[in-house]
Design a protein around this ligand. Structure first.
Ligand SMILES: [Zn+2]
Length: 338
């Protein structure tokens, strides 16, 4: 931990303590609240994959296990589909329900999250990207951070890096730390998904880093094994992780939302009723199509859901290591205040 981070944490400690002690995860007058926790990757600090990932994406297996034990004490933990079904059929709902979700279908979910879920016998939903399962494809933020962090190259000599000059972080920081890379990724979201793909294709071709040693996402067998435990349900996170922003052609919307569902169902032989918006983005047309095709959908909007919340735009609490590596900090996060 850096010196400045240690100071920041010391200043925040009383706030964390208060949020932990007084938050709605402990006391609440509202009924039928639903916490949906949003996880991405579970990776040990010494894992090589940890180094090239954004800090906001990771929780360590140790912290994750501790967190499972905490939520078991505080909430009625249930699959998101169960909460949705109960709500739709007017069955009683717990005062404080909690659903665990994982975005993207990372292979480390199979390696590190599943054993922890099994040990605590807790259910979770994994939102998988149908056309990326079992492939070596990478999400564009990972492709970019991999190129920046691992490529031992002379950036100035490569014309394929030129497009990054438009971003402040790239110009000012030189982009070495994981934090700077995360800031650059955030700036890059101004570009469309196809533009980003084209730029990264060129960079990878120039640097000769197109192929990867091993896939970072689960394959179908691993997804099926997750499902076969009876603890994990699979939801759709589109076919290609396309951000469902305004202006997408009707055909693309239909493919990403409706076809992703039928592809998952065909492979998994189970109904898929839950959807997760990539990057939390959705146009009105996307929201309409999702509500017609799924029982519920989650966003990246931060917050706790209180009835009558829209089940097609559920808020979540994002969990990553920096905000959750002690029990107090984790419970403060669950308050929804921090
Ligand atoms: Zn995602």
């Amino acid at each position: 931990m850096s010196h400045s981070l240690r100071i920041k944490n010391a200043v925040k400690a009383p706030l964390h303590f208060l949020a932990d002690q007084l938050g709605p995860h402990r006391y609440s007058t509202r009924k039928n609240q639903l916490w949906v926790l949003m996880y991405h990757r579970i990776l040990p600090v010494h894992d090589p994959r940890y180094r090239t990932e954004e800090p906001g994406m990771i929780v360590t297996p140790e912290s994750f296990r501790q967190q499972l034990r905490i939520i078991k004490q505080l909430f009625a933990v249930m699959p998101l589909s169960e909460w949705t079904q109960r709500r739709a059929s007017n069955q009683p709902l717990p005062a404080r329900a909690c659903a665990i979700t994982f975005d993207d279908g990372w292979r480390d979910n199979f390696e590190f999250a599943l054993p922890a879920l099994q040990a605590e016998q807790l259910p979770a939903t994994v939102f998988a990207v149908s056309d990326m399962i079992g492939t070596k494809q990478q999400f564009w933020p990972n492709r970019l951070s991999r190129l920046l962090a691992l490529a031992d190259i002379d950036r100035q000599a490569l014309r394929s890096f030129d497009w990054l000059q438009a971003f402040t972080t790239y110009q000012t920081s030189g982009v070495h730390s994981r934090e700077a890379i995360a800031a650059l990724i955030n700036e890059c979201k101004r570009l469309s998904d196809p533009q980003l793909r084209t730029n990264l294709d060129a960079m990878e071709a120039d640097t000769g880093l197109a192929s990867l040693p091993e896939p970072s996402l689960m394959n179908w067998s691993e997804v099926r094994q997750m499902q076969a435990t009876g603890l994990v349900e699979i939801g759709s996170h589109t076919c290609h992780h396309t951000r469902l922003v305004k202006g997408l052609p009707e055909k693309t919307l239909h493919a990403e939302i409706v076809d992703s569902r039928s592809k998952l169902e065909a492979q998994l032989e189970k109904p898929v009723t839950l959807f997760c918006y990539p990057n939390g983005d959705f146009s009105a047309a996307a929201a309409k199509l999702v509500s017609e095709n799924y029982a519920a959908a989650v966003t990246t909007q931060s917050g706790i859901n209180a009835l009558p919340a829209s089940t097609h735009q559920l808020h979540r609490i994002g969990i990553h290591e920096d905000v959750s590596n002690t029990p107090t900090r984790f419970r403060a996060r669950l308050s929804g205040w921090i």
